[in-house]
Ligand binder design. Sequence first.
Ligand SMILES: C[S@@+](CC[C@H](N)C(=O)[O-])C[C@H]1O[C@@H](n2cnc3c(N)ncnc32)[C@H](O)[C@@H]1O
Length: 217
Amino acid sequence: MKTRGRGRGAQQNEGMGLALKRVARVIGHFVSDGLLDLKYCGAFLGGSVRPSPKAPGAFATESTYYSVLAHIFRTVPLGKGDILVDVGCGKGRVLLWAVRHGYQNKMIGIEVNERIAAGTRRRMSSHPNMEIRTLDIRQYLPKEGSYFYLYNPFEREVVAAFKKRLMQVRGERTTTIVYYNPQYIDLFLGDPHWEVTVQRLPLPFLEDMRLAVIRSR
Ligand SMILES: C[S@@+](CC[C@H](N)C(=O)[O-])C[C@H]1O[C@@H](n2cnc3c(N)ncnc32)[C@H](O)[C@@H]1O
């Protein structure tokens, strides 16, 4: 009995430890990322906004942490000729990161939530190479894109629709998809058109998050 009691206590401590770790992670990023947002564009891009009811299958708007972006673009660098498309660009942090790190090519953010898209367009208006389009990815995908970024933006059906549309528009061009927190990566695994690698993020407090890199064959 005593042993079982201690086991429960240890489990509770472990659960508490994990919860505290999560809180520390959120607070840490809230502060450090918020300061970078202010420096880069004069506005806070963090927080969470509930999905638009007009967009079936959409998940909430949340911005990728800067430390994650640094890791992703170090691991999968943008090529000289790449056209970056942020599929579900939200408040625009990904595009902002790219432009602030010297990326001068055209880049496109697609966002279905009209209010979020309008705010992002306004905030990014000083960057002529950045275009924010208020559209649903199920209806529209820019042909010129070669590097697609997704931060778990939507449900399985929309990922399937995105994948199908990409196959139609990409032609013979080499295409890279970076899918962060890839909840529906199974849709790409085993598909002969795509080569998939999945890794856990080697970042403190974020080891439970996964990153998929999907390249056209
Ligand atoms: C998790 S946020 C990611 C924001 C940004 N990419 C980032 O990483 O900082 C996902 C965004 O995808 C948008 N989204 C969801 N479904 C969409 C769709 N069908 N077409 C375009 N955008 C969509 C949501 O409105 C939300 O803003």
